[in-house]
Design a protein around this ligand. Structure first.
Ligand code: RIB
Length: 339
């Protein structure tokens, strides 16, 4: 029987080439790969030797298609440029790597159309499950995943259905913590700078801010709503403040706060002496900011890791899986920008 040299044919080596060289059926090679206990040790050793010689690499996608499920999950987040989400992705990927799953990472850029395209792409890739920070409250993308029997866990967004897992932080409590702190520091005229209010995180943080004012029975809350939660958008928001400087600014995330801070300092406005400033997330740069930023801390790595564990439990143990809606409490971290 002619021995084909490893790599002597174009394209990847297939199961048939391995079977031919090992002198067994393709089914025996498939058993060596998937159910080795069914193959006699001597035959298994011969097939494994041929696999090594030919440099055969199994097609994971084909295997997962045949088996009806893959070892790849989808992770869809709002903004891949935000350190909050990259830290959350690190928590997901660490867990998935330990459990030998791959991760397909995609961003929605807070756009519904892009989120829908991502859902279709992930379904076509036969992912085992999806972790998603939804763009809106519509539940549309999650419904599409359910229709395709693809398990999902909401990340950084509370589920409203008992048959949907979610892992998030109480953003109403976070907004309340931020503004209660500013009021305690003597601020009365406060501005909320937030992203689109169709994004649950912004709406909840503003609701918490308003709750703090009601509970204190004092203070006023103006607002500047921008189209994205980035330092550039923070710059834009700050331009609106210069004509009538407030006592304090509460930004819905640290990236906005860093943009606001830069404009205030450029304009010679003392922070915190003239205007106090508080952000949200407590990303690494908050500490390293020109004026260390007071912020509302969230645990993105833990959020990602726990959501990943919930998803794999639902994928691997659908019969015994118990859905959970986990909500962590935020933490106030006081630094120079309000002290
Ligand atoms: O994506 C906007 C914000 O929501 C992030 O900065 C983080 O706070 C998330 O919860």
């Amino acid at each position: 029987m002619p021995r084909s040299e490893p790599g002597s044919r174009d394209g990847p080596v297939g199961i048939k080439q391995v079977a031919q060289l090992a002198g067994v059926s393709p089914g025996t090679v498939s058993n060596v790969l998937n159910k080795p206990e069914r193959v006699a040790a001597k035959t298994r050793a011969r097939v494994e030797q041929v696999i090594k010689e030919l440099g055969f690499v199994r097609n994971g996608s084909a295997a997962s298609l045949r088996a009806g499920h893959g070892r790849t999950i989808g992770l869809m987040m709002l903004d891949l440029g935000n350190p909050f989400f990259t830290e959350m992705a690190r928590g997901v990927e660490d867990l998935m790597s330990e459990r030998e799953y791959g991760v397909i990472l995609c961003g929605s850029a807070s756009q519904v159309g892009r989120e829908q395209r991502n859902v279709r792409m992930l379904a076509e890739q036969q992912v085992r499950g999806v972790l998603v920070t939804p763009v809106s409250d519509s539940g549309e993308s999650l419904a599409r995943l359910r229709e395709r029997n693809i398990p999902s866990v909401m990340l950084d967004h509370a589920a409203t259905r008992s048959d949907q897992c979610s892992v998030t932080v109480d953003d109403v409590a976070g907004g309340r913590l931020a503004v209660a702190h500013l009021l305690e520091r003597g601020a009365r005229d406060i501005v909320f700078v937030g992203g689109p209010l169709t994004t649950r995180q912004n709406a909840d943080r503003r609701a918490g801010a308003r709750k703090a004012l009601r509970e204190a029975g004092c203070g006023t809350l103006r607002e500047v709503i921008v189209d994205e939660m980035t330092p550039r958008a923070g710059h834009e928001a700050a331009e609106h403040l210069l004509a009538e400087l407030p006592d304090a600014v509460f930004c819905a995330n640290d990236l906005l706060a860093m943009g606001v801070l830069r404009v205030l300092l450029q304009q010679g406005v003392r922070v915190p002496g003239r205007v106090m400033l508080i952000g949200y997330d407590d990303i690494e740069y908050a500490l390293a900011s020109a004026i260390p930023l007071t912020s509302i801390r969230q645990p993105p790595y833990k959020l990602g890791r726990i959501a990943a564990e919930l998803l794999l439990d639902e994928c691997e143990h659908p019969g015994s899986h118990a859905h959970q809606q986990i909500m962590f409490q935020p933490e106030l971290v006081v630094r120079e920008s309000t002290s």
